[in-house]
Design a protein around this ligand. Sequence first.
Ligand SMILES: [Zn+2]
Length: 253
Amino acid sequence: MPRSIKDEGVLLYAFTCGYITLPTSYFIGGEEGKTKVPACVFLIDHPDGLALFDTGFSDRFVGLEKGLGKIVDMPPEHPVADRLRELEVDPAQIKWIINSHLHLDHAGGNNMLPNATVIVQDSEWEFGFSGEDGAYTTEDFDTGQTVKRIIGEHDLFGDGSVILFPTPGHTPGHQSARVRTATGEAVLAGDCCNFRRSLDELRMPDQVYNADHYHGSLQRLSALRRAGAHIFFGHDPDFWATVPQAETLDLSA
Ligand SMILES: [Zn+2]
């Protein structure tokens, strides 16, 4: 993967770091049955450094069959550190981790990235320690790196190419990212928009932290899509199957 002289601007890569099987209504309200969804992770390669958007599940799930291991499937090659090595990236090179939020399917790989600064919304960091939501595991995200707690929008590189912006509702401090690549603008939604249908039909999961905020976040994404951005949905297995893995994403394709 090493950046070549002809690679200009920001490059974006997608890969899967585990799966979880949950009632479909956790992702889109009113649906029956269960769905196995991917934990979606993105590598943002900017000339000033490497950033990850989310880190998937922890490697402690590899081979685990008890407890959460019954619903989490973590193939041995899926931990984020292994995914990066496949791309010829040393995990120690990652400068920033952008956590959309701190649930176990989004922050589980943070501990494998020793030199990264974690960038998270202040309200998310506070809520993660509150004990109010069982999907937070402090051993996943309280891992000792520098944490930059932000409030509101944040321009990661100071050049407008990677903008973090709040998309609350799923959790209090959920955030998404706009990434301007040479081939188009990507919006890495995270769990403010699980499926393509969530956005097409403006449908929320059955349970959300704050329904008004969730709806507002969907509206924000809808406006970005109308303006031409490519939305990367948080947990859509059908959509994800169309996203090339571990190669430079071409948004003009
Ligand atoms: Zn999630």
